[in-house]
Ligand binder design. Sequence first.
Ligand SMILES: CCCCC/C=C/C(=O)SCCNC(=O)CCNC(=O)[C@H](O)C(C)(C)COP(=O)(O)OP(=O)(O)OC[C@H]1O[C@@H](n2cnc3c(N)ncnc32)[C@H](O)[C@@H]1OP(=O)(O)O
Ligand code: FAD
Length: 664
Amino acid sequence: MEGVDHLASERSRAQFDVEEMKVVWAGSRHALEVSDRISRLVASDPAFRKDNRTSLSRKELFKNTLRKTAHAWKRITELRLSEEEASRLRFYVDEPAFTDLHWGMFIPAIKGQGTEEQLQKWLPLAYKMQIIGCYAQTELGHGSNVQGLETTATFDPQTDEFIIHSPTLTSSKWWPGGLGKVSTHAVIYARLIIDGKDYGVNGFIVQLRSMDDHLPLPGITVGDIGMKFGSGAYNTMDNGVLRFDHVRIPRDQMLMRVSQVTREGKFVQSNVPRQLVYGTMVYVRQTIVADASCALSRAVCIATRYSAVRRQFGSQNGGVETQVIDYKTQQSRLFPLLASAYAFRFVGEWLKWLYTDVTQRLQANDFSTLPEAHACTAGLKSLTTSATADGIEECRKLCGGHGYLCSSGLPELFAVYVPACTYEGDNIVLLLQVARFLMKTVSQLGSGKKPVGTTAYMGRVDQLMQCHCAVQRAEDWLKPSVILEAFEARSARMSVACAQNLTNFANPEEGFLELSADLTEAAVAHCQLIVVSKFIEKLKQDIPGKGVKEQLEILCNIYALFLLHKHLGDFLKTGCISPKQASLANDQLRSLYSQARPNAIALVDAFDYTDHFLGSVLGRYDGNVYPKLYEEAWKDPLNDSVVPDGYQEYIRPMLKQQLRNARL
Ligand SMILES: CCCCC/C=C/C(=O)SCCNC(=O)CCNC(=O)[C@H](O)C(C)(C)COP(=O)(O)OP(=O)(O)OC[C@H]1O[C@@H](n2cnc3c(N)ncnc32)[C@H](O)[C@@H]1OP(=O)(O)O
Ligand SMILES: Cc1cc2nc3c(=O)[nH]c(=O)nc-3n(C[C@H](O)[C@H](O)[C@H](O)COP(=O)(O)OP(=O)(O)OC[C@H]3O[C@@H](n4cnc5c(N)ncnc54)[C@H](O)[C@@H]3O)c2cc1C
């Protein structure tokens, strides 16, 4: 039935003010207003239609993305949208495109690693889209190991130029988004060679294509690397391959904030850490954490609404069946994901603050918080993207068979999202960076250097190695101090155990390799502690709105106790809690699921997603799933004709043959 809200009774059960929760989710009243207005603008514009993506060929799909991107830019300029509004518009258009890399990496790379003159020259062109750029770091042979990149940038003092060259097949740039077919320029990473000496990897701005006819400039070979996982999905993006054959660029196109090359060919290292060459990755990893909450909340919104619509079993004599959301098993799979979406939102907010803080400090030549910013962005990027990719797939299963249909929106969401576990740093490689940071922290504990920031708890390591959890009743698990102590003790004990194990190896690097699986587990424990503690910190703020804080407290406890349940082995093995306390935590978790149940639909409504953005028949706001699924099926191109193409050639002869055989 059109116009009827099938989820109205669910909505009427909510025990909190949904409008106020929307403000919490958006981050502020202003952010909510902008998101709400821009999402509706996109949803009401037929040019941004996206329901036909999975049935388009690659070429059609790509051209369609070019059309949408041009239309989006037209709207942004016509309406004179602010940077914030423009970025929301691109977000709600919801299609990976070259602009993601232009705005998300090319511009930040120049901003972070360029000198003042370089910013003045390149940024106005990039902001007006008079040039389009990408970020070309990864090569065919090396992605994770940035120090292993092979592309060279050799200084020629005669001409005051760098000669950019790809000496081997494996040095071909491979993967950069926007490179394959669109970008006119790139920030590329190459080994700086002066007078035969290798000064390591640095960034350079290189023009790739002619501004007149878009053809590659002399010495440049460039193209798309081919179809990727899933239909539609990330195939709207032209991930590319790029080779240089002695391409010359002026000396002032090396990004020279971190190090400089003088006219005489002298290498000068600035007063800033070399790691700032990796700064763009720190910036993007931080944004990826915020994106994780968006992707997960979207999947959870679909699965929650559908779970309230879908009914299976439980009826007597043909009466109404049970809503699947009322099954405890469904709740125990769905509600931790709902809680994770909120948890990632808040840790994303905090990480944005941390990043802003470190950037301001860097400007004042204070580099002290850079290692922590690197460890936090790397670790949280890894934790949240892995959990989100797994969570989207779980949401698909939570929707049963219908979740496997493209019209559920979930297969495409998964296919678009899952490379986040690999890009911007493979998740295991990043956890190993966190582990190095933790081992360094533990090794310095006796030296009088007090751990600060997210490792401050390590300063209480003696107490955390011995403390006994005080839980006696299930309700004790609702105390933030109890939860925090359990997570801190688990993390500290796992890190200390790894550090102790490492002392058994004569060669620490060998030990690190041998123990790397344990080390990644210690890193995960530390990152989970950060997420839990930032959720708890959020709850200390003044949060207005009837029942809003209470719902967030329930979600925070679900998140923490679910992790405790999932990683029970860690908590028991390290002696942080007893089996009896684990069982009480489980009792409490079940009770929390019951408390979340009446609010589930309102909690996903608070994400304020339009049906256009969700792109899911199962997740429709009105819950009118079955007629729409039925309608959608008939739109499939296979149903354009009643008898399929190929009947005459392949089906009919087979049937006739069977008939002849039968007569013999
Ligand atoms: C808009 C979204 C679309 C996304 C599209 C996707 C784009 C991409 O994927 S772009 C390509 C991204 N590539 C990567 O993320 C590569 C991952 N690899 C690395 O980041 C590095 O190679 C590494 C960190 C894994 C290792 O680097 P390496 O130089 O070998 O470093 P060490 O392990 O020896 O560490 C040296 C020292 O530097 C510190 N450090 C490393 N990275 C950073 C950083 N980003 N910021 C600050 N500090 C960093 C590291 O902690 C070590 O410190 P110390 O222990 O104190 O010496
Ligand atoms: C969709 C997509 C978009 C991308 N966009 C860009 C872009 O715009 N620009 C760009 O420059 N790059 C881009 N990339 C490349 C991306 O950054 C790399 O793929 C990523 O950094 C991983 O590197 P890799 O492919 O070399 O993986 P590898 O390092 O080869 O990983 C393979 C396996 O080895 C394991 N491994 C590697 N090193 C270690 C170690 N030290 N210890 C233990 N295990 C290890 C990994 O865990 C993984 O299981 C993109 C990639 C994808 C998939």
